[in-house]
Design a protein around this ligand. Structure first.
Ligand SMILES: C[S@@+](CC[C@H](N)C(=O)[O-])C[C@H]1O[C@@H](n2cnc3c(N)ncnc32)[C@H](O)[C@@H]1O
Length: 278
């Protein structure tokens, strides 16, 4: 009994340390790298066959096409037009900006715990109905039932408590509202994530493994990612940044290829007082 308590306490302290390190890391990146054309920090998405370009984009938006396509994939289950939408972990704001301009929600709010990332977004996007705010995924600064949809892309792996995060998603969603989610986990942690989603009190409508789509996007985007990083960062930081960006022959890319890491997307709904998925 005592051993279980100690090991749970130890895991929770470790998770909190990991969360604090992620905060430092994202805060540092936002403060140090201010280039306006770097708007995304996800691995991207491409269909497995045929033309990898899923939809027409303006020339400026097409620069980070595959990162946008991950948002398009995640958001494709629900018509967001006219809705009030929240993104948690909005990073450099490209996803929220894409959703607002292309998918036409009434309002789009991005929230991130890195205050310099939020300042970057508030400086760089001037779109009616699009706003960014500092906030933590585990204690969102919004009233209950404020949003029709919540989007979360490649951010949840940083959170010390995914259960607390999912509790917040459910709290800020209106009845019938949707949770649009994508992220990766190690093969071992995927079952933990599935159980957390199952216990969230929201109904799981769809789960899709998109690892091959993410890998195709990373391959097609490899040259651009590598060139941008080489241009932007000092030599001493090059290796770390390439790994962070998932380029070919780095740790996470290899783990996705050999199945040690799995990328999924899901659609959940808050409904009928939050029925549990069977
Ligand atoms: C890999 S980036 C993805 C950003 C964005 N979703 C995208 O696709 O470009 C992860 C983001 O999650 C944010 N984040 C991590 N932990 C967070 C937390 N506990 N609360 C709010 N944001 C968090 C980070 O600051 C970072 O901007």
């Amino acid at each position: 009994m005592k051993t279980n308590f100690v090991s749970a306490l130890f895991s929770s302290i470790l998770a909190k340390i990991k969360g604090a390190l992620w905060k430092l890391c994202y805060q540092h990146m936002a403060k140090s790298y201010r280039r306006e054309d770097w708007k995304f920090m996800n691995y991207g998405y491409a269909p497995l066959e045929g033309n990898p370009e899923m939809m027409p984009l303006s020339q400026a938006d097409a620069l980070e096409r595959y990162c946008i396509q991950l948002y398009r994939h995640v958001a494709s289950d629900v018509d967001l037009a006219g809705l009030e939408v929240l993104e948690i972990g909005s990073g450099r704001g490209g996803g929220a900006d894409y959703i607002k301009r292309y998918l036409k929600p009434k309002t789009m709010m991005g929230v991130d715990f890195a205050k310099d990332a939020v300042a970057f977004c508030n400086r760089n996007y001037c779109v009616d109905g699009l706003a960014f705010k500092v906030g933590n995924a585990e204690s969102l600064p919004f009233a209950d039932s404020s949003f029709d949809a919540v989007v979360n892309v490649e951010s949840s792996h940083c959170y010390p408590s995914v259960a607390a995060f999912l509790g917040q998603v459910k709290r800020v969603l209106r009845e019938g509202g949707h949770f649009l989610f994508a992220d990766m986990r190690s093969k071992e942690d995927l079952s933990v994530l599935r159980e957390q989603l199952r216990q969230s009190g929201m109904t799981l409508i769809r789960e899709t493994e998109i690892t091959p789509n993410v890998l195709r996007a990373l391959k097609l985007d490899n040259e651009r990612r590598t060139a941008m990083i080489a241009q932007m960062v000092r030599k001493s930081k090059l290796k770390g940044f390439l790994k962070f960006a998932g380029v070919e022959d780095t740790k996470f890319n290899k783990m996705l290829k050999n199945g040690e890491m799995v990328y999924i997307s899901c659609l959940l709904q808050k409904s009928n007082g939050g029925a549990m998925h069977p």
